[in-house]
Design a protein around this ligand. Sequence first.
Ligand code: NAD
Length: 432
Amino acid sequence: MNISIIGSGYVGLVTGACLAELGNKVICADSAAKKIAGLKKGIVPIYEPGLEELITSNVKNKRIKFTTSIKEAVLKSEVIFIAVGTPSLDSGEADLTGIENVAQSIAEHMDGYRLIVEKSTVPVQTCYWIKKTIAANLKHKHKFDVVSNPEFLREGSGINDFTHPDRIIVGLESAKAEEIITSIYKPLNRPILVTNIKSAELIKHASNAFLATKISFINAVSQICDKVGADVTEVAQGMGLDNRIGKYFLHAGLGYGGSCFPKDLDAFINIAGKLGYDFEILKAVRETNQKQIDFFLEKIKNALWIVKDKHITVLGLSFKPNTDDLRNAPALYLIRALQQEGAKIKVYDPKAMDKARSLLKGVVFCKDAYTACRSTDCLIVATEWNEFKELDFKRIKKHMRRPLIIDGRNIYDPAYLQEMGFTYIGVGRQNG
Ligand code: NAD
């Protein structure tokens, strides 16, 4: 099938590369000329495991190409996926100008039937507006359908998540749309749930809001653990063994960040408010998330006593492992807050250093974790990259001025580090 993806970011590129791998002819379009120029030269602008290889092999097979021309994308494809960004406005409302612009361009260039597949995360009723916008801007009375097909991939495991999703959601209202969209996803052989359009839109917001709620819940429990000397990792394990609860998203830590949870929660709270429902639970989830990182900052301050002029190592910058994405990364918030108190910061991240250089000022970027620990008073783990789990702590201890580890992701065994002579502070753990 000839497919276009408009918006070539994390979601657009993974979707495009995976659909090409399934044998479709894909055009990835984006308004960012520099990004497209790079992609044409084989430069993949994001780090996502396996993506570069997948794009390279499909470019060779002539199954994927890149353009800044929405006109070309619309003219050459029967199916058009929308995967542009939907960032937050200051009010928390989703900024849907990208979606509106794309809908207008699609209408302008359509020369026959098109299936428009809305993949960006959007508030309920957005597809209704997309339909209205296309209908209002059509030059000729061409037929079209709009499908809501929210994406659930996680950065860092995007390709596997796209090809092996727990479920594929398609909200639609015509048999033709159903036939086309299910035939695209059929080769994946995964469960497809067909719903009405508004339900599909809501499934995405409700899912992300629920996952964020799980994280804030266990973080709240971690505060109680700290107060009484219980261990939140044990509490979470015991809770997670209950199938009704499940073990995922029960890791206490610095709280959630990233490009999705904070903005999607804001957007869900906002649209709920507009519809006349005050989503109090989600407001509490958001507040708990902010309190969690501030609480962690207090732990650092309590451990160091005076922060001014202390040398602090921060391991991990990206908002989670296996990605270079720094959007709403808790590490950035921590570093800036510690700098304000006068701390001197050294950092290391396996993949996010290049992107971090333009965002962090006055920070020493180190080539590895050991160099970052030289002569420091405190090591903070902000992102749970696997390589941090396997550090040589004898070496780390020799490098540090003071053997203090503050583990924002609970990746270490407190007893092991204490035996080695470290002071260990985790989140919601004994001795925390
Ligand atoms: P991104 O910022 O990485 O990519 C968005 C791309 O859209 C950018 O390259 C931008 O230049 C392009 N764009 C914006 N407006 C455009 C326009 N008018 N015409 C053409 N291109 C345009 O964003 P992302 O992380 O890929 O997210 C895209 C959408 O998918 C968002 O709604 C997001 O919430 C959702 N989503 C993201 C993830 C994730 O893990 N990143 C997962 C599921 C869903």
